[in-house]
Structure formats: C-alpha cells, structure tokens
Design a protein around this ligand. Structure first.
Ligand SMILES: Cc1ncc(COP(=O)(O)O)c(C=O)c1O
Length: 554
C-alpha cells in the first residue's frame, strides 16, 4: 500500500516535471506547417522514396490521356520549337553539350527545368543553349547572335539594368586599379562603404563576406555566440542560401541539426518563440510575403496548376511587427535576410519598406555592383566577435577574399550611384508603378482569354495557371520562342530590373500573350481534359506507387 503510494507520488512528480517539456514539444509540432516543406525530416524521407522513372514518347505527349488529335498538335508543336532553337541557338547548344560533361551544375539545371518524368525525353528533343556573349540593355545576345529579353535578372542581382553594373565594374577598375588585388590591408573605400552601409541600414557595424550564404552563416553564428543558445528559426519555404543549417530538408544530405522550421505568419510560431529557451535567432526572408510557407516556385515541381501566390503588404507588415515584439521580449536576434530583396523594395531595403528594424541584416547580390558579395550590418553589441573578459571565447569569421578591393570599388560605385537623382527617380513611386505594370500585364492575359496570370511583389513576379494541366512547364519554352529568357526555375520567377518602363513591360506582355496562344494551339492546355488538380495529383501518386512496387497498370 505504502509502496503504491510512493510510486504514484513519484509518477505524479515525474509527470509534473515532464509536462512543461511535453507542452513545449506539442507547441513546436503545432507551429510546423502541415505541408512537407514544414517537416524537414519527413520531407527528406519522402524524397528518398520517390522512384526515378521517365515517360516514353507516347506517355510524354499524353500524360493526361489526351485524344490523338491533341497528341498530334503537341508533337508538331514540340518539333516546331526544337527547329526554332536549333536555328537560333545552334552554336550555344553545341557548346552546352560539350560543357555538360565538365560542369555538373549545368547537368543539374538542365535536368531540373521540368518535372522529372518528362525531363529525359525533353532534354533529348528540345535543346536550348546557355552561352551568351553580350548584353544590350535588357537584351542578352547568345553566341549565335540571337537576342533574348532577360527576365531571369541574374538571380536578382540585376536591379538597375546591366549597363549600370557594367559602369560600376569599370569604375571599380579606375578606383582600385592602382592597388590591385591586395588582400588583408584595406583600400580606403572599405571605410567609405562601411559608413554608407551603416547609414543606409540604420545599424552600427558592417562585415564583408563573399556571398549571401556566408553573410547568413555569419549572422546566425553571431546570434548563437551572443545569446549562447543553439537554435535558429527559419520559416517554411524560405531560402537563405545553401548552408546546412538553413537548408535542413531535401537537397542537403546532412541530417537536420539545430534548426526549427516554423509556419510563416502564424500565431503558433510566436508562441514557440515566447516559450522556448533555445532559440538564438529568427531568420526572415521578406520575399516569402509573396508565397508564405511555400518554397521558390520552380517549374520542376509544376505537376499541376495548384501554384499559388499573392502579396498582402499590410498583413506581412503586421506579422513582422509581431515578430519584432516577440524577439525583443525574449532576447532573440531578429535577422532580416535581404540578400535577395535588399535595395529592390526601397533604398533602405525591407527595414525601411515595412517600417520594422531588425537586429542584424544581411545583404548581397546587387550590392556588389555586379561582383560577388555578402554583407552583414548589425548592432554593435551583436557584431562584436570577442569578449574582453574572456579572451579565448571568440566568434571566428574570416574569408580570404572579404573586402576585395575590386568588389569594394564596384560596391562603392553602386552605393554612390543610388544616391544620385537618376536612381532617386526610379525609387519614387516604385511600388505603385510595379503594381500598375502587373495589372496591365494581367489585363492583356485576360483579354486574350488565356488561363494564365501573374502575381508579384514589386518587381519579382511568378506565373500562375488557372486551368488544370500537366503541361504548364512547357510555357517556359514557348516564352523563349518569343524571345524571352527565363532562368532554369522557369515561370516561377520573373525578376525584372526596375529600370523597365511601361512600354517595355507591355511589349513583354504581348510576347507572353503570343506564347500563351501557342500553348493553346499546340494543345498543351487543351479544353475538355476533365482534369482537376486533385485528380492530377492522385493519378501521379498512383503512377509512382506502381513504379515503386511494380503494381500492374490500371
Ligand atoms: C534571401 C537569400 N539569402 C541568401 C542567399 C544566398 O546568397 P548567395 O547565392 O550569394 O550565396 C540567397 C540567394 O538567392 C537569397 O535569396
């Protein structure tokens, strides 16, 4: 009896001890997004189970069981495209073929332009080139002399037009040429850049790195060092470079470590921040406002028409303010990762645009004036890398090429130019102007009766498809036929340089309309397919299970 009493008291005591832990654990799981992107470990497991298989010619053209007449149109359409590219990109294609043996990166991007089942047949039949030799305004000239209007934006670097960056790089040569590539000692421009960046970011200190990924690594390392906590919080779908801790899911062979991936714009995530003691920092990539909780919309995952995007400035601003408050309350370091969007939304970046101040801010891409760079700006207390009272306790960060004179020269040209009247005129009314461009673009798509729309956050757009189809990824090639170049992620990202005027954007819209009309005529969006997004996904799942376990067709 006495023994039972002791045991149950003990059990109660253990339960009381464990209850808060269990509660926090439960809160953490509730703060994860229900999609696979919210569950890194599970996503890796699922990804490893997906069987590799490819469609043969027949299935390539009728993956949706289309009628023979539609298949015929598709076949003819693909042949027309192939002939067009062979004629306009012949040398570029030949050079790409040679390069593929040497450059795994090229093999990777070439393979992941479309859903994997379609990829091998398409790669064989529809070849495009990767080699360009000149840029003229927004036009890229390939080595065959064919011009394509660039909508890829050099991954976001190209904010003010290629001419702007050519000038910055040329000026860098003049500014630092006498010193040359001397590292370790500083060219005086390092100080000038640091002062300008501190002023622009509203932060105290600056550190220079060689890529956006490194800037993010350093920001997180500093946050861990100063808080003495282990974990970083990132939001579901957000890209912060390719370092292990910010890319815990598929694509990274390492096991997820000290990272919590939480739901964006969700109260339950705030609750986790309020209650956990191990969170060092929260990383925010403001581009996620365009598609909260979803990854960058690449065409290799465009298996149906369920891609969604839409930007609500007021809602995202409110969310950032809540985050700011919780981070302040809990001593968590709030990091804005502005590597992509910095200088694109406003001269003072996302901090200025949303009216929320971060503790640390990372920049990169366009800030290098066309050369590679990563930058961290932050409060003095967080940027400090050693402790006077404990000399062996340091937060180490180096990098041979940090503060490279040529990069500093191009960055200086960039920073001085954006203070000039020409760029001031571009920033003036920027948001309204790009909302106008987007509305006119959509009006043209609608007037042409196309099942196609664009959504955007300023000058970063994504294409949405309004009719269920298995072939939306074909659009990137039909758009290319019209002289428009998208990046390897395809229609998921259109990145404009913000010097585009109304007439040029409208010209691009007209070509998009032509591409959309060809999509229709070539049968890739045929009417009466009877498909909906759910049925497409269901049949794909069945197909994969058949491939995995060898079930009979049917
Ligand atoms: C928000 C964000 N952070 C970090 C990075 C990584 O920068 P980098 O490619 O220069 O390493 C990127 C790159 O696209 C980015 O968009």
């Amino acid at each position: 009896m006495e023994e039972t009493l002791v045991l149950s008291t003990l059990a109660l005591a253990v339960a009381a001890l464990l209850a808060p832990k269990a509660k926090r654990r439960l809160e953490l799981s509730r703060a994860k997004h229900r999609s696979l992107a919210g569950h890194s470990r599970m996503a890796k497991r699922v990804a490893s189970l997906i069987p590799g298989y490819a469609y043969d010619e027949a299935r390539f053209f009728n993956a949706d069981d289309a009628a023979p007449e539609v298949v015929e149109r598709r076949t003819a359409g693909l042949a027309r495209l192939a002939a067009h590219f062979e004629a306009t990109e012949q040398s570029s294609i030949a050079m790409s073929d040679r390069a593929k043996a040497l450059l795994p990166d090229l093999r990777f991007t070439a393979s992941y332009r479309v859903p994997f089942q379609f990829s091998p047949y398409l790669r064989e039949r529809l070849r495009t080139g990767n080699f360009v030799r000149a840029s003229h305004g927004p036009l890229l000239e390939n080595i065959d002399g064919t011009e394509l209007h660039d909508l890829a934006g050099s991954y976001g670097v190209n904010l003010f037009g290629y001419g702007f960056y050519k000038d910055c790089i040329q000026e860098a040569q003049t500014l630092v040429g006498e010193l040359g590539p001397v590292l370790g000692s500083y060219h005086p421009l390092v100080l000038d850049n640091a002062e300008r960046l501190a002023q622009l970011s509203g932060q105290d200190c600056v550190s220079f790195h060689m890529s956006g990924t490194e800037a993010v690594m350093q920001a997180v390392r500093l946050a861990r060092y100063h808080t003495r906590r282990s974990h970083l919080v990132r939001f579901c779908g957000a890209y912060h470079g390719w370092w292990d801790d910010v890319q815990p899911g598929p694509g990274n062979p390492a096991k997820p470590g000290h990272t919590y991936t939480l739901q964006d714009m969700d109260e339950r995530s705030l609750q986790v921040l309020r209650t956990r003691k191990d969170v060092a920092c929260v990383l925010v990539n403001p581009l996620q406002a365009l598609h909260p909780n979803a990854g960058a919309p690449g065409d290799s995952t465009l298996v149906d028409s369920s891609r969604r995007a839409g930007y609500d400035r007021a809602a995202y601003t409110a969310w950032l303010k809540c985050l700011r408050d919780v981070c302040t309350e809990r001593g968590i370091v709030l990091i804005f990762d502005e590597v992509f969007l910095g200088f694109r939304l406003a001269k003072g970046g996302a901090q200025e645009y949303f009216g929320v101040k971060a503790d640390l801010v990372t920049y990169g891409k366009t800030l290098g004036g066309g050369l590679p760079v990563g930058v961290v700006c932050g409060q003095a207390r967080l940027m400090q890398r050693f402790r006077e009272d404990r000399p062996a306790d340091i937060c180490f960060a180096r990098g041979t090429f940090n503060s490279h004179p040529y990069v500093m020269g191009a960055m200086n040209a960039f920073l001085r130019r954006i203070e000039g009247p020409e760029i001031a005129a571009i920033y003036e009314g920027l948001d309204e102007r790009w909302i106008g461009h987007l509305q006119r673009f959509n009006a043209k798509l609608e007037a042409a009766g196309l099942p196609l729309r664009v959504a955007g956050m300023g000058s970063v757009w994504t294409v949405l498809f309004t009719r269920p189809s298995r072939y939306n990824w074909m659009l990137q090639y039909l758009v290319r036929e019209q002289g428009l170049a998208l990046s390897w992620v395809g229609s998921g990202r259109i990145i404009w340089s913000i010097d585009h005027d109304e007439a040029t954007v409208d010209g691009v819209a007209d070509r998009f309309v032509k591409a959309g009309q060809n999509m229709l005529n070539d049968g890739w969006w045929h009417e009466g397919s009877g498909l909906d997004n759910k049925s497409i996904r269901r049949s794909l799942l069945k197909e994969m299970l058949r491939q995995k376990f060898g079930f009979a067709q049917g």
